[in-house]
Design a protein around this ligand. Structure first.
Ligand SMILES: Cc1cc2nc3c(=O)[nH]c(=O)nc-3n(C[C@H](O)[C@H](O)[C@H](O)COP(=O)(O)OP(=O)(O)OC[C@H]3O[C@@H](n4cnc5c(N)ncnc54)[C@H](O)[C@@H]3O)c2cc1C
Length: 534
């Protein structure tokens, strides 16, 4: 959706603006577009207590039910009760490998739709467009699907089979894009849009809401055009993959130090890295670091691999994944365990310049050109490709590398929110992070405890798996439906706004802010075309 085509009326206020168009943004958009879940007349849930509770009010949709009541006693692998509930309703008992049909029936009831706009930097699918394309996903493929469209059916239509019940990020990203068009959600999505500011504003007497500002990149001219939109409610669904985590050590800004997988790929593709180059140092022991090790190894580029934990540490992700389902990560774990640096390998210590890598003449080396440094941390990068590593006992060595890839996770970018969102976390004042400091939300509505009318979902509230972030969408949709029921006048206004919205979101107040407050983007462009804008 092109924001510049929207008529502007600064009085108009959208019900909901969703920031982020990954699986979280897509799922909430589906639920706000009138797709409504009921207990199917033939529906059966293997949990008898949950089944009985659902049957008590089978004439009501889930949006009208008491989620807290339904959640009681339902257990699963998330600490968020609604996440466990919705997962159990979409894929009952899937943890046990059982393939029960969902007891839910989805009806499209357009009169329930709540006007909303989904803003996102790239195409619908979020982080899945930025992942290494050929890597198999970590979760079973059906855990990544969204309500109403079976991933396996879609794959079958594309005449592709799902390997080991897993799919590649490219396939998942393509499924999310297809989902948006298949469900008729495209009109709600404004892609190529970056939100730069979110502020609470007064919307009228005793009524407050949000002003969301940002820029939309035009595909034809690659020009960024500013916009501004007002909303009663905002959903933060920006994920946590925007800012790569840094070590925070000396020399981290040197040109040979990189923080994304893509930089490795670019270096390989450009021929800067290869069999004859100095080794690449991969720092980190997560899945992205593992992908980098595999990519470099596959192309015969020598690899040093440094990480803080021991290879047998139960917290290491490789020790949690079933070997049969994840053979490639099992291979990396084997490399990490079997080809460890032994003190004394260095040609001279301290201050050694290179550590011999297992090579062709080495009888025991199974993985040529790879050496791991468990329980080591990087303490500094120095000009000339030098990386200073420190072992557990404090001994240091300097490795000579062609490139250092720091792949130790990422942080959300909430720079557009007041105080970078720091006031919203479980520990106010600290940066938001999926594991350490998620946004503090009501567990049954996902509304921020600190900010009424502001919701958050997905990794921002600690749900890093698609399987469980769908529960956040249900909780938010239920709460917004409840707010709407409690304000019938607002619902009437929204209902007429909905009809306008379905005619290309013409109720949406998108105001050009570039040097001309109050002008619509359309007006501004028309003026520019007529040569009235300098
Ligand atoms: C390597 C890797 C492998 C993974 N494997 C799995 C797996 O197997 N199974 C699984 O369930 N999960 C997996 N995940 C996690 C998965 O990616 C997330 O759970 C999921 O993508 C979160 O969805 P989201 O919509 O909340 O956020 P995202 O997918 O991150 O999407 C958010 C979008 O919002 C955009 N955005 C951010 N800020 C702004 C702004 N200011 N303005 C506009 N747009 C903005 C972002 O650019 C992004 O496109 C993996 C993650 C990684 C990195």
């Amino acid at each position: 959706m092109d924001l510049r085509n929207k008529d502007s009326s600064s009085e108009d206020v959208l019900s909901v603006v969703i920031i982020g168009n990954g699986p979280s943004g897509i799922c909430i958009s589906y639920l706000l577009s009138g797709y409504t879940p009921y207990l199917s007349p033939e529906g059966f849930h293997p949990n008898p207590v949950l089944h009985r509770k659902l049957a008590e009010n089978s004439h009501l949709s889930l949006f009208e039910q008491d989620l807290e009541y339904l959640c009681e006693g339902v257990e699963g692998r998330s600490s968020n009760p609604v996440a466990v509930l919705f997962d159990s309703l979409l894929l009952p008992d899937s943890d046990f490998g059982l393939n029960y049909t969902s007891p839910l029936l989805w009806r499209h009831e357009p009169e329930r739709a709540i006007p909303h706009l989904v803003l996102g930097k790239g195409p619908p699918g979020g982080a899945w467009h930025a992942m290494e394309g050929s890597m198999l996903t970590l979760s079973l493929a059906n855990w990544m699907e969204l309500p109403g469209l079976k991933l396996k059916d879609w794959m079958r239509d594309k005449r592709r089979s799902v390997r080991n019940d897993r799919a590649t990020p490219t396939e998942i990203a393509s499924y999310y894009q297809h989902y948006v068009s298949q469900m008729g959600l495209e009109g709600r999505f404004a892609c190529g849009t970056t939100v730069t500011s979110l502020q609470r504003v007064a919307l009228g007497p005793g009524r407050s809401g949000w002003r969301v500002e940002g820029v939309q990149r035009r595909a034809d001219t690659m020009m960024d055009l500013p916009f501004s939109v007002q909303a009663e409610n905002v959903v933060l669904a920006t994920g946590t993959h925007d800012i790569p985590a840094r070590l925070g050590i000396e020399g981290e800004t040197l040109p040979f130090v990189c923080h994304s997988f893509w930089e490795l790929e670019a270096a390989i593709l450009s021929g800067r890295l290869g069999r004859a180059s100095e080794p690449v140092l991969v720092v980190g022991a997560g899945l992205t670091a593992a992908d980098a090790v595999l990519a470099a190894h596959h192309l015969n580029t020598p690899v040093y691999h440094a990480f803080r934990r021991s290879v047998s540490d139960p917290a290491l992700i490789f020790n949690q994944l079933p070997k049969l389902l994840y053979p490639e990560y099992h291979k990396v774990h084997q490399m990490m365990s079997q080809q460890q640096y032994q003190p004394g390998d260095a040609e001279s210590e301290p201050g050694a310049q290179s550590v011999p890598l297992p090579g062709g003449g080495d009888n025991v080396a199974r993985y040529l050109g790879y050496l791991s440094f468990p329980k080591h941390r990087v303490v500094a990068f120095k000009p000339g490709g030098k990386c200073v590593l420190e072992g557990e006992e404090g001994h240091q060595m300097a490795l000579c590398v062609s490139m250092a890839l720091v792949l130790i996770g990422s942080h959300p970018d909430l720079g557009f929110a007041p105080e970078q969102g720091r006031a919203l976390g479980l520990e106010p004042g600290e940066p938001i992070s999926c594991r350490r400091n998620p946004i503090d939300v009501n567990p049954y509505t996902y509304e921020c405890v600190q900010e009424p009318g502001l919701y958050a979902m997905g990794p921002l509230v600690g749900e890093n798996f698609v399987r469980f972030l769908k529960g956040g969408a249900l909780a938010i949709a239920c709460d917004l439906a409840r707010k709407r029921r409690s304000l019938p006048d607002r619902a009437t206004a929204e209902s007429s706004a909905y009809h306008l919205l379905s005619h290309q979101l013409s109720n949406c107040s998108l105001v050009c802010v570039e040097g001309g407050q109050g002008q619509s983007v359309k007006e501004r462009l028309e003026r520019r075309e007529m040569g009235k804008v300098e």
